[in-house]
Design a protein around this ligand. Structure first.
Ligand SMILES: [Fe+2]
Ligand SMILES: [Fe+2]
Length: 267
């Protein structure tokens, strides 16, 4: 089920708790940034596209949207992208050259509907100045997060996500242990390359986030987190290179699962 809440005045969250059998739930967030040039940050998952569009309409008329900020081209971010482009002819997609390229392999974004923006560059949407950045952890080289000058919020894409047993509306409702374990598990799944990273180099990347001094951390896969949680979020991520690497269930586990779902089907 997709629900909405307000992260901070002017920024609404559209969120779904996606089940991962045996592991819990991963929140999938899109964000509506209201203002003279409203921005939709990502467009939900492909499998929930119809419901996403219905819920989006309770937050904003899609005809009023001006920009889609596509953090990256994964299936949990592009769900309603083309439906929205078709519905609103003046809507354009902020992404990278690589984002356009990856999308062209399955469902191309018309080039005249694209605004290319690289990490480090700035984009003005009404009175918001959005500074693009590559977050410390990501699962797709298209990934571009940003810092919003108006709210001070950091939109971190998949970075700072967590796999949770239940998804509360606020990250502050999570216990320290659940947040840390959920964050570490998510990062080992989503960014397994972190195990190959020099911890000192990662510390430098995390320090760059600290220096941004965000008022909120708005991850695609964590409930909205206030600035008071930043050190905790950074600390969990710093521990990932030394964490136990994730290994998914094997074929025998799958056969057990199938046997328990449909007795007699599997030997
Ligand atoms: Fe992703
Ligand atoms: Fe994602």
């Amino acid at each position: 089920m997709i629900t909405t809440y307000t992260a901070i005045p002017g920024i609404d969250v559209i969120t779904s708790a996606f089940p991962i059998p045996g592991f819990g739930f991963v929140p999938i967030n899109a964000y509506v940034m209201h203002g003279p040039e409203p921005v939709l940050v990502d467009t939900g998952s492909v499998i929930e596209s119809e419901e996403f569009l219905a819920v989006l309409r309770t937050v904003i008329d899609p005809a009023d949207l001006r920009w889609i900020w596509l953090t990256h081209s994964d299936f949990d971010h592009i769900g309603s992208l083309h439906a929205l482009l078709a519905e609103n002819p003046r809507l354009r997609v902020i992404t990278t050259f690589l984002g356009v390229g990856v999308m062209s392999l399955a469902s191309p974004i018309p080039l005249d509907r694209v605004h290319l923006l690289n990490p480090g560059e700035r984009f003005t949407a009404g009175h918001r100045s959005l500074t693009a950045l590559r977050p410390p952890a990501f699962d797709n080289p298209v990934t571009t997060g940003f810092h919003d000058s108006e709210s001070g919020a950091l939109f971190s894409a998949d970075c700072f996500g967590a796999l949770l047993q239940a998804v509360p509306e606020r990250a502050t409702d999570l216990s320290d242990d659940e947040l840390r374990q959920g964050q570490v598990l998510w990062a080992t799944i989503d960014s397994p390359w972190l195990h190959k990273v020099d911890p000192a180099m990662l510390a430098g990347e995390l320090d760059a986030i600290r220096r941004l001094d965000p008022t909120m951390i708005l991850s695609s896969h964590l409930p909205a987190a206030p600035a008071t949680m930043l050190e905790q979020l950074l600390d969990s991520l710093q521990s990932v290179p030394a964490a136990v690497p994730f290994v998914g269930p094997d074929q025998s586990a799958l056969e057990h699962l199938l046997a328990s779902m449909t007795p007699g089907v599997m030997s």
